[in-house]
Design a protein around this ligand. Structure first.
Ligand code: SF4
Length: 361
C-alpha cells in the first residue's frame, strides 16, 4: 500500500459511506450499504465478490446510472478532477451524487472522463450503426474535434487494441465482429476519449481463456500508456491476481476486506476471502490445495439476519458472530477487515496450501 500522504494526493475518486437501495415489493434491498474506498490515479482497484454482492451497483452508482426502483440513499462519491492549463494544474472536487444523472455535467463526465466496459459488448453498441461511427461520435462529442480528426483517432484507437485492418474494420457493424474482437472495439470506444477512470465490469467473463488473457494484457498496456485508473469488477480472484494493485472484497453490499494484492493473496484476513482464494489455481503443481466450497445460500438481501452477514456460511463462526456485526476496522499494513476473529485465524492464501489440505481445516 502506498504511503498515506502520497496515496491521498493520488486519489481520483473517493467513495464515502455509499448507500444504494432498491425499493421492491418484498422490502428494501440494501444493495450497497455503507461502502467506502478510494480509486487511485493510474492504478487498478479490483472489486471481487459473488453475483448480487453489490459490486456492479457500486460501479453504476459511480457512473450515476442508478434507475428506479433504485436510488442512492446516502453517502458521497467525490471526483477529484485535475486539469492542466496554461496557469498550471487545478483541482476541482465534485460530489457526483449531487449531480442530476442526465444533466450536462454528468453526461460530460460519463463517457468522457469516466468510461465503462461490460461483459456483453454487443449490448453496448447500437446494432444499426457501424462500430467506427459510434467511436467517431463519442470522440466528437467529448473531445470537441471535427469528423475527419475523430475518424483518424478512431482508426488509431482500433489499431491500439490490435484490431487488424482498422481502416476497413471501422466500417464493420457489431454483429460482423467476433466476441473477442467486439470486446476490443468496446475498449477502443471506452478509451478513445482518454478517460481518467475506466470501469470494467466482468469484461472477460464471456470469453475463452486465451482471449481473456489478451484482453487483460491489453487493459494493462493501455493503462500504462494513458495513465488511466481502472476499477476492475469480477467474481474471479484469479483475474485480480493478474491485474489489480489493490483489492476490495464485497459481501452482501458491504466491504469485508481491503488490501494490497500481494498481501491479500499471501494471507487473507477474512474467511470469505479465503474461500474465494481457494478457487485460484496454484502455479506449482506439487502444492495440494482443497477448494473451500461455500455452504448455504447467500442470505435474502431484503431480510438480512443479525450479526455478521457471512456467519450462516462461515466455517469459523462462533456464538458472537450471529449476534454482533463486526465493524470494518484497520489492521497492520494498511489493511482493513470486518471479522471478529481476524487476529486469531490463520487463513490460507493462494501462495501456500489451504488448511483443509493440511488436514487442519
Ligand atoms: Fe466468520 Fe465470525 Fe469472522 Fe463473520 S465475524 S467472518 S462469522 S469468524
Amino acid at each position: 500500500m502506498q504511503a498515506e500522504g502520497a496515496a491521498a494526493a493520488n486519489v481520483l475518486v473517493e467513495v464515502k459511506d455509499l448507500r444504494t437501495y432498491f425499493e421492491l415489493t418484498e422490502g428494501t434491498v440494501r444493495a450497497v450499504d455503507g461502502v467506502s474506498f478510494s480509486i487511485q490515479r493510474a492504478r487498478t482497484l479490483g472489486v471481487v465478490g459473488e453475483s448480487g454482492c453489490g459490486k456492479s451497483v457500486t460501479a453504476r452508482s459511480i457512473m450515476n446510472m442508478i434507475r428506479k426502483p433504485g436510488r442512492i440513499a446516502g453517502g458521497q462519491i467525490l471526483y477529484y478532477r485535475r486539469r492542466n492549463g496554461s496557469s498550471g494544474s487545478t483541482e476541482q472536487v465534485i460530489d457526483l451524487v449531487q449531480l442530476p444523472p442526465m444533466g450536462p455535467e454528468m453526461r460530460a463526465i460519463r463517457g468522457g472522463e469516466f468510461a465503462m466496459i461490460f461483459q456483453e459488448p454487443k449490448a453496448s453498441f447500437s446494432p444499426v450503426h457501424t462500430v467506427g461511427s459510434q467511436i467517431i461520435e463519442a470522440i466528437m462529442l467529448h473531445q470537441n474535434v471535427g469528423r475527419l480528426e475523430a475518424r483518424e483517432r478512431a482508426v488509431e484507437m482500433l489499431r491500439r487494441v490490435n484490431i487488424p485492418n482498422p481502416e476497413e474494420r471501422i466500417e464493420a457493424y457489431p454483429h460482423q465482429l467476433s466476441g473477442g474482437m467486439c470486446q476490443r472495439a468496446m475498449i477502443a470506444l471506452a478509451l478513445s476519449c482518454r478517460p481518467d477512470l475506466l470501469i470494467a465490469d466482468e469484461p472477460t467473463t464471456a470469453l475463452d481463456v486465451t482471449t481473456e488473457a489478451q484482453i487483460l494484457d491489453l487493459i494493462r498496456e493501455l493503462q500504462e500508456t494513458y495513465h488511466t485508473a481502472v476499477m476492475y469488477i469480477t467474481h474471479n480472484l484469479a483475474v485480480l491476481a493478474e491485474i489489480a494493485d489493490e483489492v476490495v472484497v464485497m459481501y452482501m453490499g458491504k466491504l469485508v476486506e481491503v488490501a494490497d494484492r500481494e498481501a491479500l493473496l499471501a494471507r487473507p484476513l477474512h474467511p470469505y476471502t479465503e474461500a474465494l482464494l481457494s478457487a485460484v489455481p496454484v502455479p506449482d503443481p506439487r502444492r495440494r490445495r482443497t477448494r473451500l466450497v461455500l455452504e448455504g445460500e447467500v442470505p435474502d438481501p431484503a431480510n438480512p439476519s443479525p450479526g455478521c452477514p457471512f456467519h450462516p456460511r462461515c466455517r469459523y463462526a462462533q456464538d458472537m458472530c450471529s449476534r454482533e456485526e463486526p465493524p470494518l476496522r484497520a489492521m497492520p499494513g494498511g489493511r482493513t477487515v470486518a471479522c471478529h476473529l481476524a487476529e486469531q485465524l490463520e487463513l490460507a492464501g493462494a501462495l501456500r496450501p489451504a488448511r483443509a489440505a493440511d488436514g487442519q481445516g
